[in-house]
Design a protein around this ligand. Structure first.
Ligand code: GLA
Length: 383
């Protein structure tokens, strides 16, 4: 970590010799144990930040300029705060501009900033590097300008940046997890009103393994927005939010929906139920039940919600056959990205070896596999 901070500081000094000592902010990526594609339907989710993060060095400017540099892309970007517009070529810059844009719109007063950032969250890997960046930027903006908004307001601003500026109608789970997590816990978040509880997650003897399909998520934005519209439509036709349906009530009413909307709504209603069952299983340390719920979520995301793909299915299939694997499924938005697998500690090596060997043969793509630990959310790093 220190080495990464040193590199950031050096680059900041080199690019902005008059910028002074920057603040260093961490915005972590997230995993989600269960509760997928239900946040924008007001459902329950069970995510946490993990020990992979974006680190951002930021300093205040006296003028109105935003001067940005991405270490990972090795490129800079400069824009006037009065002229923030979506940039098709520098996609990474949009997440930062978006945060400034919505903060300005909300009436907060601030000046320009210098920002250098880099991360070790796989981009497009389904761990929400975009939310991590938004959260780190918003934290820096608040700190540097002495603004007083709450952490929850920060989360909402970051979601708005992605909805309104980047154009992806994401729910609030990613930004919430990246901002509010506490190491050693999962967040049980009620996305209807943002009430949340920390659920101690004692994964003693169990590891969380992520495997990247390396599949480009070309459909992710447009199909994601379409799913959200379908869920909204289904709720309208059924007369109340899907979150308010029990399974039996949904089954009694589902014929009011056409075949596609029935499948989408079914995923949401059953997934919320699975999430609550997962919390109970965790409380009892019943890992077998938890694992089966993960597999059921994968099946539902594949068959009813239709956000899986060949590569994700192959990944889950390989994992499911490894000794010690408790459960496995697509994580995050889908259409590529990564799978999350819970596995007994003693079988991690075997799982990694199987994935690294069999996935390329069956999919024609390479993969990367990581073990993740639950971590704190956004924070200022002391240097
Ligand atoms: C993406 C979105 C989240 C959530 C997940 C699916 O990560 O950004 O808001 O909808 O997909 O659970």
């Amino acid at each position: 970590m220190n080495k990464r901070i040193e590199t950031l500081e050096r680059k900041h000094r080199e690019l902005f010799p008059d910028g002074g000592k920057p603040v260093i902010i961490a915005g972590p990526g997230r995993i989600n144990i269960i509760g997928e594609h239900v946040d924008y339907a007001g459902g329950f989710v069970l995510p946490s930040a993990v020990d992979r993060e974006i680190l951002l060095a930021a300093s205040l400017r006296k003028d109105n300029k935003l001067k940005l540099y991405s270490l990972d892309y090795n490129e800079g970007f400069e824009v006037d705060l009065d002229n923030l517009t979506f940039n098709v070529k520098k996609r990474w810059a949009n997440y930062i501009m978006g945060v400034f844009f919505v903060c300005k719109e909300a009436g907060y007063k601030f000046t320009g900033a210098n920002m250098v950032f880099g991360g070790n969250i796989p981009q497009g890997g389904g761990m929400s590097s975009s939310a991590a960046l938004e959260v780190a930027v918003c934290y820096a903006l608040r700190l540097l300008n002495g603004l007083k908004f709450s952490d929850i307001e920060l989360v909402k601003l970051c979601q708005k940046a992605e909805n309104r500026f980047v154009g992806v109608m994401c729910g609030i789970m990613d930004q919430f997890a990246s901002a509010m997590s506490k190491a050693g816990n999962l967040l049980l978040l009620d996305c209807r009103n943002l009430d949340y509880k920390l659920i101690p997650a004692d994964f003693t003897g169990i590891k969380i393994v992520l495997a990247d399909t390396k599949k480009e998520r070309t459909l992710a934005g447009s199909e994601f927005n379409l799913r959200r519209e379908q869920v909204t439509k289904a709720a309208e036709l059924l007369g109340k939010p899907l979150r308010n349906f029990s399974i039996s009530e949904f089954e009694a009413n589902k014929s009011k929906l056409d075949a596609v909307l029935q499948k989408r709504a079914k995923h949401v209603v059953y997934e919320i139920d699975r999430t609550m069952k997962a919390v109970e299983a965790l409380k009892k340390n019943d890992m077998t039940t938890l694992g089966n719920l993960l597999y059921a979520t994968h099946e539902s995301l594949k068959t009813d919600y239709e956000v899986s793909c060949k590569e994700l299915d192959i990944m889950v299939d390989i994992a499911s056959k490894v000794k010690g694997v408790i459960g496995s499924r697509v994580m995050g938005g889908g259409f590529g990205g990564c799978t999350i697998t819970l596995v007994k500690e003693g079988n991690v090596t075997e799982l990694k070896e199987k994935l690294l060997k069999e996935y390329p043969v069956r999919s024609g793509k390479q993969t990367e596999v990581w073990v993740c630990n639950l971590a704190d959310g956004m924070r200022e790093m002391q240097i």
